[in-house]
Design a protein. Structure first.
Length: 231
């Protein structure tokens, strides 16, 4: 490799992608991995949720693809410790089921996905980025250093979500949660654009029987192995 080539490669910040189905724990795991490495973090699902909430606020129908894409292009969002939409703090609001369900519906629209693509890539900044979502390794960052596909059984994911809701004082039924997860999985995996699927070069990690810490440590170990190989 010439020195010009090597400096242009170094100018691109490294990326770790963590993709997987809903409630697989990717968000928590990605944040811990990012903190351990001192890297930036992209929660791409939050962008889809913000687009969904903006559509709700503007009465834009999920069936009106051009209008949904326009909302996404003009999204006025800010991330710090909280998440902001049009100047309002929406950190908790975007986690509600109605917003998640609409996000899953509009995520099937190619124009919406195209509108969010460059926004997601802009998060790639030195010293590095940990990106979590559904298509981080396949579409948004196909050249990522390390790609992880994080899975867990439907029961394990439903039990985690059940515990989170009960801890927050929100009543829930395990069977309903399992059914919702299966429906959302089917929609995310069955859509024609950027369906949920592991990249060909992704490491598959089943966290059903692992703690968050064990999951994080496994990813950090793969990261060390990969950066050792590329040196
Ligand atoms: O990860 P999450 O539950 O916050 O994501 C909300 C929805 O957004 C999810 O049902 C599918 C969609 N999504 C997507 O299609 N692609 C991504 N990279 C991230 C999320």
């Amino acid at each position: 490799m010439t020195s010009t080539q090597s400096s242009s490669v170094n100018a691109v910040a490294p990326v770790i992608t963590i993709d997987g189905p809903t409630a697989s724990g990717k968000g928590t795991v990605a944040l811990r991995v990012a903190n351990a490495l001192g890297w930036h973090m992209l929660d791409s699902g939050a962008l889809y949720r913000l687009a969904a909430l903006a559509c709700m606020n503007r009465d834009v129908s999920a069936d009106d693809e051009p209008a949904v894409a326009k909302v996404a292009r003009e999204l006025d969002v800010r991330f710090n410790a909280e998440v902001w939409l049009d100047g309002s703090c929406v950190t908790d609001r975007i986690r509600h089921e109605d917003v998640g369900n609409l996000a899953s519906r509009i995520a099937t629209l190619p124009a919406l996905r195209a509108a969010l693509l460059e926004r997601q890539r802009a998060f790639r900044q030195p010293p590095g980025l940990v990106a979590d979502g559904r298509d981080m390794g396949t579409v948004v960052f196909p050249d990522a250093e390390l790609k992880v596909f994080l899975v867990a059984s439907t029961r394990a994911r439903a039990e985690r979500r059940y515990k989170q809701l009960i801890d927050k004082g929100i009543s829930a039924k395990l069977n309903d949660l399992m059914r919702d997860l299966q429906e959302r999985d089917a929609r995310d995996a069955g859509r024609s654009v950027a369906p949920l699927a592991p990249a060909a070069d992704a490491y598959r990690l089943d966290s059903s029987e692992l703690s968050i810490e064990q999951t994080v440590q496994q990813i950090l170990e793969w990261c060390r192995e990969r950066s050792g190989q590329s040196r």
